[in-house]
Every structure is written in C-alpha cells, then in structure tokens.
Ligand binder design. Structure first.
Ligand code: IPD
Ligand code: CA
Ligand code: CA
Length: 272
C-alpha cells in the first residue's frame, strides 16, 4: 500500500458534509413516502432484504459529491459496489435501516466513512429524520452534534443492555434467534433496533451497553465502529475474534467486556 498522508479532521468534515446532504435527500423522500408518494422497492439476498429507489439515489448523490471533493479516492458503496484503493477509500451505506425507512420508523441513517488500508480513520452517521449527526476521527474522540461521547460503565451482566441484529437469510437467523433467546436470560434486555450503524453509535452514547451482530457488511460498521471506539468502546470487527465467530462485530463498554464476551460464548454465539 502507498504511504498515505491522512488529514483525519478534513476527512471527517467531508464525511459529515456528504452524509448530511444525502440525509436531506432521504428525509425528503421519506416525508413524501409517508404522505403517499410511491417508492420503487426491489429485493436482494432474500425477499426480506429490500432496496428502494431512494437507497440508489442517496448513493448516487454521495458518489457525485465525493467525485467533486475527493476525485482521487476510491469508493465502496453497498448498492454500487467498488473496491478499496491504495489511498483513501470511502465506504458508504446510503440508507442503513432500509426496512425501518420503508415502514415509517425514523431509526435509519446515511453512513459515510474514510478508510485507509481497511481501517476507518474518519466517519459520519447522519439521521435524516432527527437530524442527529454522529462523527469521529481517529484519535480525536466521537461526537453527537458536536458534543463529546463516552460509553457507559456497567458493572453487572444482569443489568447490561445489549443491541443485536439478524441476518436476512433464514438459516442464519434461526441460529441467531436461538443465541438471543439464551442471552436474554442473562442480561438486562436485548434490543433489535434495525440499523447497525446506529446501534454502534448508541453504544458510543451509552444508549446501549454493548452491541453484537454477525454477518455485517463493511458499510454497516465502517463509520459506526470508529464512533464507538473513539467513545471508549472495546470493538472487535469481522475477522478479529474467531471465537465469537468469523464475521462477528462486537462493541462493548470495557467495564463489562470480559463477562459479556463469556456470556455470548456460553449462549452459543460461536456457532452462528
Ligand atoms: C441492515 C441493518 C440491520 C442489520 C443488517 C443490515 P440495511 O442494513 O443495519 O440492522 O441487522 O445486518 O444489513 O440493509 O438496512 O442497509
Ligand atoms: Ca446497512
Ligand atoms: Ca443499506
């Protein structure tokens, strides 16, 4: 890989600006849809795995803006594909939480991250409906609308609130549901909010104590995992903790990391 000089602050600003512009497009479309405007919906890996015309429009806007602002960088987007480059690669989820978007639930976001060598160095997750902006740059902390974020410090496993998510494929989901049924008997409660990027931001804000999910795409975690880590979470990404499963993403408040990890293993997380 080429030696890339990186200005994380600059990249964070661009991520926030571009995600914010796409979020505005998504917000207008969502408002129109809720007022009865038709939105084209297709399916992907399963009948439950949906993509709307708005996902495509949002990604097109992000790509067009990045082409103007950062013409030499690579872009990897959920809908348009792409491959990582030698320098900065932008990793884009044009709507994370598309099922929520489609049902009128306001919990979805545009996620844009800058990565170098597969490592996130800056990112932004912007929520179209609330307007909340979650941002982070490597070594500079994480912020919600400019306010610094810090994870919780839970001390009891049975009082730990854990977020998770399910894959679209039924075979995988069956195993995930078994694991969650077991986990739910050992922790305060389990949340399935429907947008991985925002689950990771929720850990950063202390709205969740931990989050675990198997099978995320690169675009699901690229910005949110940096935001969680910069707020003090212990984070393992797909490929980093084989015992939790080869494609597990785990973000947790450090005070409860060891007992929760053990509880996940005891609940059968490795077999998912
Ligand atoms: C999905 C959401 C969901 C998670 C899935 C993701 P999408 O992203 O983040 O919460 O459980 O694994 O694929 O399809 O809405 O962009
Ligand atoms: Ca996603
Ligand atoms: Ca998406």
């Amino acid at each position: 890989m080429a030696d890339v000089g990186v200005d994380e602050t600059l990249l964070k600003g661009i991520a926030e600006r571009v995600a914010g512009e796409a979020a505005e497009l998504v917000r207008e479309a969502w408002t129109g849809m809720n007022a009865g405007r038709e939105v084209r919906v297709d399916t992907k890996s399963a009948d439950t795995d949906v993509v709307t015309a708005v996902d495509h429009e949002s990604e097109r806007l992000v790509r067009a803006r990045l082409a103007e602002l950062r013409p030499d960088d690579a872009v990897l987007g959920e809908e348009g594909g792409g491959i990582a480059g030698d320098g900065v690669t932008w990793v884009v989820d044009p709507i994370d939480g598309t099922v929520n978007f489609l049902y009128g639930l306001p919990w979805f976001a545009v996620s844009v991250a800058a990565q170098v060598g597969g490592v996130s160095v800056a990112g932004a997750v912007v929520e179209p409906v609330s307007g909340r902006r979650w941002t982070a740059a490597r070594g500079q902390g994480a912020f919600l609308d400019g306010r610094p974020l810090a994870v919780n410090a839970p001390s009891r496993l049975d009082l730990t609130l854990v977020g998770t998510g399910f894959a679209y494929k039924v075979e995988r989901r069956t195993k995930q549901a078994r694991f969650v049924a077991e986990l739910a008997t050992r922790v305060r409660d389990v949340r399935r909010n429907g947008a991985a990027s925002l689950d990771l931001c929720a850990v950063a804000a202390g709205w969740l104590d931990a989050y675990v999910e198997h099978g995320l795409g690169h675009w699901d975690w690229a910005a949110g995992a940096l935001i969680a880590a910069e707020a003090g979470a212990q984070v393992s990404l797909p490929g980093e903790d084989a015992e939790l499963g080869p494609d597990a993403t785990f973000a947790v408040a450090p005070s409860i990391a060891a007992p929760l990890r053990q509880a996940l293993l005891d609940s059968g997380v490795g077999g998912i």
